[in-house]
Structure formats: C-alpha cells, structure tokens
Ligand binder design. Structure first.
Ligand SMILES: [Zn+2]
Length: 100
C-alpha cells in the first residue's frame, strides 16, 4: 500500500492526537518529506477551523472544557519547545493552526 494512502488515513487521528507513539512519529516523519500530505493536513486543519468559527453560540460548559483544553495545549507547546525534536517546526505549525 502507498505510504501516502496510509498517512492520509492517519491524519485525522493525528490532529485529534489519537495515534500511538509509533504512528505519530511515522506521520510526522512522512509529513517532513511529503509536501502533498502536508498540504492535505493543512486543508483538514483549515476546514476544521472553518467549522469552529461557525459554532458561535457555544454553551458555557463546552467553553469551560475548551478552556481547560487550551491550558493543556499551552503546556504541550512548552513540551514541543523543550523536546528540540527535528520535527519541532511541524509541531509548532500544528499548534499555531489549532483553533482557540
Ligand atoms: Zn505523502
């Protein structure tokens, strides 16, 4: 099976952080050398952001959950920066593209 097809199937789970450690590093490594899959990842994130913008009337309890998630993400940005991994740029881009 084509590596791009395999990665394409994993992208949604990658964004939602549902991958195993092995799958996650496989996706990151593939994205670092495949422009096509990287563009696909950006399209998925942009599409998701578009949906989020449309969700204007959000109940308070969901906002609180989102705020908790945001705090977790802030911590994970620190983790990204401290990891000094060769794929840090991709992790930061992914973080930057995440909706608030
Ligand atoms: Zn690819």
């Amino acid at each position: 099976m084509d590596e791009c097809c395999i990665i394409s199937d994993l992208l949604i789970d990658y964004i939602n952080r549902n991958l195993t450690r092995e799958e996650n590093s496989r996706v990151i490594q593939h994205l670092s050398r495949c422009k096509g899959c990287f563009e696909e990842l950006k399209d998925i994130i942009e599409f998701r952001d578009m949906l989020n913008v449309q969700m204007k009337e959000v109940p308070d309890d969901i906002k609180v959950t989102a705020y908790d998630k945001l705090k977790q993400d802030t911590q994970s940005l620190t983790e990204i920066l401290e990891s000094k991994s060769p794929f840090m740029a991709f992790d930061i881009l992914r973080y930057a593209l995440k909706p608030v």
